[in-house]
Design a protein around this ligand. Structure first.
Ligand SMILES: [Zn+2]
Length: 134
């Protein structure tokens, strides 16, 4: 069995990644063009399945990196730039490699997880782009 990690993201994070308003994501979730389910508080939650094993601590750090815009897409598909924990060092990051110390040692670092989350969220809306009908 391939190890995987399920990650739940809210409409706020999804909106940030997609560059649209939170309202737009909520509307699309309601319409069913973004696969989302309501949690016990009635908030939409999008579940992503990342094809690798990560710890809860790594998930928290990856989400924090995304919220702080610490990972950015480049013009090259699948290639991101992550900012290191010192706030200064930049690492090239893809789904499978990362320039940080852990990544160079072949470990699953949270930068790669953040890249996988960004890629997954974008893929959710690839079939129905958000901007055109918003
Ligand atoms: Zn890394």
């Amino acid at each position: 069995m391939i190890p995987s990690t399920e990650i739940q993201v809210g409409t706020r994070e999804a909106a940030q990644v997609l560059g649209v308003s939170r309202r737009t994501v909520q509307r699309r979730a309601k319409a069913g063009t973004i696969p989302a389910a309501k949690d016990e508080r009635g908030h939409y939650v999008i579940t992503l399945t990342i094809p690798a094993k990560y710890t809860d601590a790594q998930i928290a750090k990856a989400m924090e990196l995304i919220e702080q815009d610490g990972i950015q897409a480049t013009d090259l598909p699948g290639i991101y730039v992550s900012i290191g924990s010192d706030g200064d060092t930049m690492y090239p990051t893809t789904l499978h490699t990362c320039g940080c110390k852990a990544g160079q040692n072949g470990r699953n670092c949270y930068h790669r997880l953040a890249a996988a989350i960004l890629t997954s969220i974008r893929q959710l809306t690839a079939a129905t782009p958000l901007r055109s009908a918003a």
